[in-house]
Every structure is written in C-alpha cells, then in structure tokens.
Ligand binder design. Structure first.
Ligand code: ATP
Ligand code: MG
Length: 290
C-alpha cells in the first residue's frame, strides 16, 4: 500500500505540472479501481408542503431509472442541469443513503454504507480550521485507527499534491487551490478504489482550475482508481474523462453517453475535441448559446 503511493509519488514529482505536459507515463497503474454497477436507480425525497393550515406530503422525484457502470480504472464524468440530481446520485454511490429503488453494487456487493474504498471530494474542501494540513490529511487514518507506522502515507500524499512545505500550516493560511489539494490528499491517503468528485474544482479561478485538472489527470493515471466526477464544465469533462454521461433536468435520466475517443494528453483546440464539445452542448440543449 505504502509502496503504491511511493511509486505514484516518484513518478509524479518528476513531471512538470504544466497542463500540456500531462501524458500517460505508465500503462500499469499501482492500484485496482472499483467496478461500480448502478442498475435502474430511482430516488425521491419526501417533501412537506404547508399551505395555510393545510399540510400535504409529496415526493420529489430526483432520479429516474438511472443505469450506468464504472469499469475498474475508468474515469466517468456526469453532466446535467443544476438541480437534476447529480449530487444525489453521488451520495447514493458513496453509501450515504440508500436509493428509493434499484441497486448499486461495488465488485457485485451491494453498497450499504460509506466505505474508505470510496472517497468523496466536494466543491468546498471542508478542512477543519483548528487542525494543521497534515492533521487534516491524517483524519481518515485516525478515524480508522490505522497504526501510526503507516502515517508515512500522510507525508506521501502531501508530497503528491505538492503541499509538503505547508504540512504544518493551518487552512486559513492556504489559497483556494492549495486547500482543494489538501482535500485531495486527504482522499488519496485512504488509497481509494473509487474517487467520487462533486465539482471539486468548481470554486477555483480558471488558471488554478486548469492546473488542477492536469494534476488530477496525472494522479488518476498513476494510481489506477476509478473516478465518478460531476462537473458543470463541458471542457473539463472532455479533458479528463473516458466517458461522459449527460442527464436530463430533474428527475435525472440518462439522455446521452459519449465515449471520448481521444488519447491523453488532450488539447482543447484539437478539431475532434471541439466537435465533441459541440455535441455535448447539443445534448445539454445549449447549442444556441455558443
Ligand atoms: N436531502 C434532501 N432533501 C430534500 N430534497 C433534496 C435533498 N437533497 C437534494 N434535494 C433536491 O433534489 C434535487 C436534486 O438535487 P441535487 O443536489 O442532486 O442536484 P444537482 O444536480 O447536484 O444540482 P447542482 O448542479 O446545482 O449541484 C433538487 O431539487 C434538490 O432540491
Ligand atoms: Mg450538485
């Protein structure tokens, strides 16, 4: 396990962090990714309406018979209008709540609760302000009572995301990009088989975002975990993912699925990239605005 992170670290730290230098360095990732099977999943939330003295209960349908698989080591991006149900689907895959109908399995075993093999990274880094960066990253290991000898993984993960020098800093001393890197290190230290990313770069400025996209790609290529990414950014989805799924407005249904047939590293000016971008915008019903 420790060796796995060390291998990633050695390979990654020798690379330049620039966007276009991102390349598949190795075809033999150090970790096995999860196989996730989402089968006919529907979900609703109970809603309580008050109209004067009268109260009524209704169900808000959020997911409508969604089926999709994430193959081991695959990077799948989910696109869809705001409020359609993307984060809800991620929460179900994480095991934070059960679906109202349908099944979700990992390695053919039902997902019933959160598990360290599936780690969620949100838009907000949600670091504890009273803990140093190192102690924030070590949280998962502490919670699982992992022996102290294995805490070398914390330093490895920090090095991996370029935060070694800031290990003793507190969250308020970090930039937005650095805080999000710390959140990524906190996820990686658990050596996840599935990384669940809910707009993890959504609040970063556009330049930091481009750099972080490149870094995320490198981490994925080296480590071999599977990724389920929600993003609102069509280019981000095309730059990163093997496959892009487009959802309808709520309740989310799959309306399109696109295999991204471009080798890494991808270039945003590549004619095929531009063509796929147009296609996704059409699938999202946004072709008129470009
Ligand atoms: N815990 C909850 N209880 C009740 N309704 C909820 C709950 N969580 C989400 N919803 C509703 O479910 C719908 C889908 O929400 P969700 O957060 O999954 O959308 P989303 O696709 O992630 O949107 P965005 O792109 O804006 O993040 C929304 O209408 C939201 O109000
Ligand atoms: Mg969301």
């Amino acid at each position: 396990m420790v060796n796995a992170l060390r291998q990633i670290l050695q390979a990654t730290s020798s690379d330049a962090a620039t966007l276009d230098s991102v390349a598949v360095q190795s075809s033999s990732p150090t970790q096995q990714g999860a196989f996730i099977d989402i089968k006919n999943v529907s979900h609703h939330f109970a809603q309580n309406h008050k109209n004067g003295a009268a109260e009524s209960n209704a169900n808000l349908p959020v997911l409508d018979s969604v089926s999709l698989q994430v193959q081991p080591g695959e990077f799948v991006a989910l696109l869809g209008p705001s409020g359609c149900g993307k984060s809800t689907l991620l929460r179900l895959v994480a095991g934070l709540e059960p679906p109202s109908a349908g099944h979700i399995t990992q390695e053919k075993q039902p997902i019933k609760q959160p598990d360290p093999s599936r780690i969620v990274v949100f838009q907000d880094p949600t670091l504890f302000p009273w803990r140093t960066v190192r102690d924030n990253v070590a949280l998962g290991l502490q919670a699982r009572k992992v022996p102290k000898e294995q805490y070398v993984r914390v330093d490895e993960a920090l090095s991996l995301v370029g935060l070694t020098e800031f290990a003793s800093s507190y969250p308020h001393q970090l930039s937005g990009g650095m805080a999000q890197r710390a959140a990524l290190a906190r996820a990686l230290v658990n050596e996840p088989k599935l990384l669940i990313l809910d707009e993890p770069l959504g609040k970063l400025d556009s330049l930091t975002r481009l750099t972080m996209q490149g870094e995320l790609l490198k981490l994925w290529q080296k480590a071999g975990f599977s990724v389920l990414l929600v993003t609102h950014d069509v280019e981000e989805a095309l730059f990163l993912a093997n496959r892009v799924i487009v959802f309808s407005p709520r309740p989310a249904r799959t309306v399109a699925e696109l295999q991204v047939d471009l080798p890494y590293p991808r270039h945003r000016t590549d004619p095929r990239f531009v063509q796929l971008r147009q296609q996704l915008l059409r699938d999202l019903g946004l072709s008129d605005v470009t």
